[in-house]
Design a protein around this ligand. Structure first.
Ligand SMILES: CC(C)(COP(=O)(O)OP(=O)(O)OC[C@H]1O[C@@H](n2cnc3c(N)ncnc32)[C@H](O)[C@@H]1OP(=O)(O)O)[C@@H](O)C(=O)NCCC(=O)NCCS
Length: 180
């Protein structure tokens, strides 16, 4: 019988890629490639150290990825996809993956995370709607589903611009990262 305490959460490794792709295909189907969040992930590589899998009895049952981005000149992270295999849903694995990713990002000195998702699921994890029109995604998106989490209080205040890959030369300022 599945028990949440038997689930291990591990940073993503190359050996997990096939299972992660299969879980995303199962969760989102072929339409996943047309999602605006997927366009972001096509432009920029995700960060394996900030991305996690849930493993149960030797099998990967869920995953979450974080991708370094810039919103205008402000460094941030894009979260997704988040998916848990159907047989393991509603036992807390999704939220545990979310919490591990956010904690790893915080430890790495990151200051915010954005995502496109259902507000009722993400609100208890601290995600709030971004001001309409402030963040421009590379494709159509339902603006009520564009959410952000401040890892450092105030870091998303006044942030505006297009979501794009983070530049290699991105550095850290007193108030967070910036792209030069
Ligand atoms: C969304 C998803 C990752 C949640 O994973 P999970 O391990 O089942 O979630 P948790 O166990 O942490 O949380 C379950 C709770 O969230 C609620 N929930 C799940 N999906 C929800 C949604 N889309 N909107 C609102 N609430 C949702 C459940 O009803 C449950 O509520 P309860 O605790 O009051 O019973 C999983 O359902 C999934 O893979 N869905 C398909 C892919 C997807 O939609 N991903 C998110 C968009 S990127």
């Amino acid at each position: 019988m599945f028990a949440l305490s038997d689930v291990r959460y591990l940073p993503e490794q190359p050996a997990h890629h096939a299972a992660i792709d299969a879980i995303a295909a199962e969760a989102f189907g072929p339409g996943r490639f047309t999602r605006a969040a997927e366009r972001v992930r096509e432009m920029a590589a995700h960060a394996p150290a900030l991305s996690f899998v849930a493993e149960y009895d030797g099998a990967i049952i869920g995953s979450v990825r974080l991708t370094p981005i810039a919103i205008g000149a402000t460094a941030s992270l894009m979260l997704g996809p988040l998916a848990v295999r159907p047989a393991f849903k509603n036992r807390g694995a999704g939220k545990a993956l979310m919490q591990r990713a956010a904690e790893a990002a915080r430890q790495a000195g990151e200051t915010s995370i954005i995502l496109v998702g259902d507000p009722p699921y993400y609100a208890p994890l601290g995600y709030r709607p971004l001001p309409r029109g402030s963040v421009i995604m590379p494709g159509p998106v339902d603006l009520s589903r564009l959410l952000g989490l401040e890892l450092v209080p105030g870091e998303l205040e006044g942030v505006r611009g297009r979501v794009q890959p983070r530049q290699e030369s991105a550095g850290r300022s007193a108030s967070g990262f910036f792209c030069s």
